[in-house]
Design a protein around this ligand. Structure first.
Ligand SMILES: [Zn+2]
Length: 481
């Protein structure tokens, strides 16, 4: 019983510190307001949590045998059903695959040593192993390696061999070098062969087939979690966030019941799905507002995302100065965001993230202030043209741009910290139009260049089938639900 009490006390402490964490983010400028707000719920929540914990303990004691309780390792195994990803969607699986294949094929290769009496020798690159070392192990002379490396541009790819990759050598009867094959990635293989005239290099490419896939997802937990559940890769989820990143703040403004649909390319080699390609069209519904984007390749081969009526998705300002994946509140969709209710009094938005997280300039501009300023701590102010300015406070460290220098959108101007009046590491971000504070989460930004007038017809022709396909994907998903 003593133990239970001890655990309860511990839980209470944890809860209190969690509430502090949430409230401290906003405490910097209106400390009296946020402190009053934060201290009230501490006790009831802590009590409720410890009561729940007690109930849970009683449940555990009642239904689990003592042997299970004795082994903490067993208890920690929580079975979470993770989505089964289609083969080849995730790059993490690849190295293991390659190693297994190489083991199998090397034994096969030895068995089927060909009729010419040439030897095939396969080598899997180990960590820390250099090409020179591998050549030594294969009993080839250093001059063979030297001549080979200088035999053509393609051979230079051998400089970037990685552990787990495979080199396959063919040697003559007396062990001399005949040829080498190196699979650079799933698509390309380098082949170097010795000829009478020296070395001959060629880059063999497997044909890649491109198909399209659709997905329609309602967000229940997080963009990542629900996206993965629908079989969408990390890369594609990040791309989706990049496409809409000028309109939607993925760090602070995603809510439960937001939804998205997309059409994206999938790449196949010899019938096997290897990775996702470009997003061709996408829709995101954020807090009831609908955003659509289509990919358009112009006559010069330049690709960009536009709204269906031809306006650029790119805006003069990024919605968020911090990568959404880095902000700590991103998984807490059920919590009503404290910032939004208080934005007027607070005059900015706070992004809680680990100290040292990069801060990006939200638009091209000029550094008009870099230094310490009271409660702001280390602060950078950028001016964008005549009307706009942005402010980034509480930095731990500045980026490399000094007072007076020009910065481009997305360049790192500093790193998150807690300098000045801040209880925890976060970025305090302000947006001003003609000197007046605006809500950076909702203010309308001017868009980049639209589709050129003389290309509008080709734009419509290319993209309107995609929009209909997107609608179809949504309806199919609705019918399945
Ligand atoms: Zn703030």
């Amino acid at each position: 019983m003593l133990a239970i009490l001890a655990i309860c006390v511990k839980t209470t402490n944890q809860n209190t510190s969690m509430i502090n964490k949430i409230s401290q983010i906003n405490r910097d400028y209106n400390s009296s307001y946020s402190t009053a707000r934060a201290s009230k719920p501490k006790l009831p929540i802590a009590l409720a949590a410890s009561t729940l914990f007690l109930l849970a303990l009683v449940f555990v004691f009642k239904f689990y045998s003592p042997s299970q309780l004795d082994s903490p390792a067993k208890q920690q195994v929580v079975s979470i059903k993770l989505p089964a990803l289609p083969a080849g969607t995730d790059d993490i699986i690849e190295p293991l695959d390659v190693i297994n294949h190489s083991k199998q094929s090397s034994t096969n290769a030895l068995k089927t040593t060909n009729a010419l009496n040439n030897n095939v020798s396969k080598h899997t690159v180990k960590a820390g192993e250099s090409l020179a070392k591998i050549f030594q192990t294969q009993h080839f002379s250093p001059s063979t390696l030297y001549k080979m490396m200088n035999s053509g541009k393609a051979a230079k790819s051998l400089k970037s061999i990685k552990p787990g990759q495979q080199l396959s050598f063919i040697k003559n009867k007396s062990g001399g070098f005949l040829s080498l094959e190196y699979q650079i990635d799933r698509i390309q293989t380098l082949k170097v062969s010795k000829t009478d005239a020296g070395f001959n290099t060629e880059l063999l490419k497997k044909p890649v087939e491109i198909a399209t896939d659709t997905a329609s997802v309602k967000i229940e937990n997080s963009l990542y979690y629900d996206g993965k559940q629908a079989g969408i890769s990390d890369k594609t989820i990040m791309e989706l966030a990049n496409i809409f990143g000028w309109d939607i703040d993925f760090a602070l403004n995603i809510r439960k019941n937001d939804s998205f649909a997309l059409i994206y390319e999938t790449k196949f080699i010899e019938g096997e799905r290897i990775e996702n390609g470009q997003i061709l069209a996408a829709e995101f519904i954020n807090r009831g507002e609908k955003y659509q984007a289509v990919r358009f390749v112009d006559k010069d081969g330049h690709a960009e995302y536009f709204s269906p009526d031809g306006k650029s998705m790119r805006k003069t300002f990024l919605r968020s100065p911090v990568d959404f994946a880095r902000v700590s509140s991103r998984f807490n969709l059920r919590r009503k965001h404290p910032v939004l209710n208080r934005i007027r009094a607070h005059k900015g938005v706070d992004y809680a993230a680990a100290s040292g997280t990069p801060i990006k300039a939200t638009s091209d501009g000029k550094v008009v202030f870099r230094g310490r300023k009271g409660g702001y701590g280390r602060v950078v102010i950028l001016k964008h043209g005549q009307k706009y300015s942005t402010l980034y406070a509480h930095m731990s460290k500045y980026g490399r741009y000094k007072n007076g220098s020009h910065v481009k959108q997305g360049q790192v101007i500093g790193y998150i910290g807690k300098s000045g009046l801040a209880t925890g590491p976060h970025l305090h971000y302000e947006f001003r139009l003609n000197g007046v504070h605006r809500n950076p989460l909702t203010v309308k930004f001017p868009a980049a260049k639209p589709v050129a007038k003389n290309q509008l017809a080709s734009f419509k022709q290319q993209t309107s089938p995609l929009i209909s396909q997107l609608e179809l994907a949504k309806q199919t998903q609705l019918a399945l639900n």
